[in-house]
Design a protein around this ligand. Structure first.
Ligand code: ADP
Length: 605
């Protein structure tokens, strides 16, 4: 049964009052009873002495009943008590309450306790129920002596009614007092309980809100007592929890922001292998929606056995597991998958950190899978190794030739007047080739280094093309190729002039090299979405369709032997692409084999 605080307080008040009143009533009653009996006895004894004085021995001895009768009748009327005269043999001689004729019928009083005492010369006292008068009576008996001889007993009796009455009065007063005190205690208890309970109720209300997670309210502190202190402690606790929650929220937001913006794909898995969450990168890689996969078993959501194996290995071993995985569907890519087990961080109470670490190590609560796209890294690695192989190959050819001809010369051909100059000319050509190869490689690596500083100026492109063309005069003449500079007169661009000279030189050089005799080269411009498109068109051999996508790659040539023969390094277009892209532009080619090509580049204005 639930007893409210108010009732408990009132009950305790009532309990205290009842106990104290009980004690008071008990001792008061007892004391008063004893005291009043004592006083009554004393006054009765005194009166008995006075009465005794009035009775002469003569009357007793002679049993002068009439005289005794009238004497005690007068005296009893005055002192308002019953007087009995008894002789030393216990016979009643006179009694104020009895008529003379009734006396002889009265029994012998010798064995009444007070009479017995008086007969041995003592003051006899007794309280008992009087069969004669049918009430509680106080009896006092004194010996009547004549010259030390005991001749009778005088007995005074008083009904105890008055003592009882007084006591009853007092008892009534105590009872009234008790009732009043109880009523007062009830009222006072209620008021005090209400006052005490009010702040407690307020605390209960506010702490209920706390328990529901609403920490915006505070308990008003009215008193400075223990309850006030409790309120202050609760307020402090609420403030602390609110701060902690805020901190946790910001922390969570930060983590969520990191989680959502990570380039790496992240999957959080619980210890049973169910997906807790995935980030947007994972959604993109596997073409799934977060809401569809959360709460599902990994393999059911993402059908990739390799990743599932990595996860289960990490969960089983409790160690990080990583593996390289090639994905074919939905995208063809290479990923490095890293699964790291997550350990339960909660430390059971009463466990020292050493122990808890051990326990932590045993409790795996899930694992974190990070999917890192390494397709580009792998591609670059292949490109790099291909490049090294290409460079070595390109360098090896002229070097082998140079070495061969030098050896031939040393072995005696030096004295062969007809051929020695010819041999030296070949060596020179190969050295020249090596030089241009190294130059192109240097400029490529410089363009790729990203430290390159462009010295941008605004210049007239038509004029620059004109200058470049004049450098190709002899080649054009040799092949009887007509070149037309159809760029708009006012065409100007903001770019690095020296590097653009290289771009135009390379493109015009190719357009002449891969042209037919009596062919043409045309350079013109178009305006596309506010950008300048420069087109170098030729009537040359063209490029097969299958080769066009790779034509800008380093060392890529349609016909290696022909390119080498024409003094090409296979790096020219690659350099063009790099320079244009450094200027935020783009390059491209349209070509039909046997009909010519249109190389173009677009520059932002
Ligand atoms: P190269 O030093 O061989 O000229 P490039 O990088 O300039 O190297 O060109 C790569 C290849 O592209 C050439 O070998 C050639 O096969 C092809 N090519 C470039 N320009 C033209 C063109 N105008 N017509 C036909 N083929 C071309």
């Amino acid at each position: 049964m639930k007893i409210s605080f108010k009732l408990k307080l009132i009950f305790s008040y009532i309990f205290v009052i009842l106990i104290s009143f009980g004690f008071i009533a008990y001792f008061l009653d007892k004391n008063l009873e004893e005291n009043s009996l004592h006083n009554l006895q004393a006054s009765l004894i005194n009166q008995a002495y006075l009465v005794e004085n009035q009775i002469t021995a003569e009357n007793i001895k002679r049993e002068n009943i009439a005289h005794l009768e009238s004497l005690i009748a007068t005296l009893s009327g005055k002192i308002k008590c019953r007087i009995t005269v008894i002789n030393n043999l216990g016979k009643v001689l006179a009694d104020s309450e009895k008529l003379q004729k009734e006396i002889p019928e009265m029994e012998n009083h010798l064995y009444r306790p007070e009479v017995k005492m008086a007969l041995v010369n003592k003051v006899g006292i007794d309280t008992r129920y009087s069969s004669t008068l049918k009430i509680d009576m106080l009896y006092v008996a004194l010996p009547i002596k004549e010259n030390k001889e005991l001749i009778g007993v005088i007995r005074l009796a008083l009904p105890l009614e008055s003592v009882e009455k007084t006591l009853n009065e007092i008892r009534k007063a105590v009872l009234f007092g008790l009732i009043f005190a109880l009523a007062f205690a009830f009222v006072l208890g209620s008021i005090i309980a209400a006052q005490t309970i009010r702040p407690i109720n307020r605390m209960i209300q506010v702490s209920r809100r706390f328990s529901k997670g609403d920490f915006s309210r505070r308990i008003m502190q009215v008193s400075k007592d223990e309850i006030g202190e409790l309120a202050a402690t609760l307020n402090k606790m609420a403030q602390d929890i609110e701060d902690k929650i805020k901190e946790a929220k910001t922390q969570n937001q930060k983590l969520a922001a990191i989680f959502n913006s990570m380039i790496e794909g992240v999957i959080v898995i619980d210890k049973a292998g169910y997906i807790i969450s995935v980030n947007p990168t994972i959604e993109k890689i596997f073409s799934i929606a977060r809401k569809d996969v959360e709460g599902k078993v990994f393999l059911e959501a993402i059908r990739n056995n390799d990743i599932a194996e990595v996860i289960s290995a990490a969960l089983k071993s409790g160690k990080s597991v990583s593996s390289e995985i090639a994905l074919i569907y939905p995208v063809r890519r290479i990923f490095e998958v890293n699964a790291t087990p997550i350990f339960d961080a909660s430390t059971p109470l009463g466990i020292n950190p050493e122990q808890s670490r051990r326990i932590d190590n045993n409790v795996i609560s899930g694992c974190l899978v990070v999917v890192h796209d390494i397709t580009e890294i792998r591609r670059l690695e292949t490109v790099r190794s291909d490049f090294v192989a290409n460079v070595s190959h390109e360098l090896k050819t002229p070097l082998t030739s140079i070495k061969g001809f030098v050896e031939t010369l040393l072995e005696g051909a030096l004295d062969d007047k007809e051929n020695n100059r010819n041999f030296l000319k070949i060596i020179h050509d190969h050295a020249e080739r090596l030089d241009s190869l190294v130059n192109d490689l240097l400029s490529l690596s410089h363009l790729e280094s990203k430290e390159i500083m462009l010295k941008k100026t605004n210049f007239n492109l038509r004029q620059q093309v004109e200058d470049v063309i004049s450098g190709f005069r002899s080649q054009l003449k040799k092949k009887d190729i007509e070149i037309k500079n159809e760029l708009s007169a006012g065409i100007s661009v903001t770019a690095d002039k020296d590097r653009f000279e290289q771009v135009i030189t390379n493109l015009i050089d190719n357009a002449i090299k891969f042209n037919n005799e009596k062919g043409f080269v045309r350079i013109f411009n178009e305006e596309i979405n506010g950008k300048v498109k420069i087109i170098i068109e030729d009537s040359g051999i063209g490029i097969p369709e299958k080769d066009t996508p790779r034509i800008f790659e380093r060392f890529y040539r349609v016909d290696k032997a022909r390119s080498r023969e024409l003094g090409g390094t296979g790096l020219g277009l690659s350099i063009v692409k790099h320079i244009v892209e450094l200027h935020s532009g783009s390059v491209g080619v349209e070509s039909t084999e046997g009909f010519g090509s249109k190389f173009w580049f677009i520059l932002p204005r």
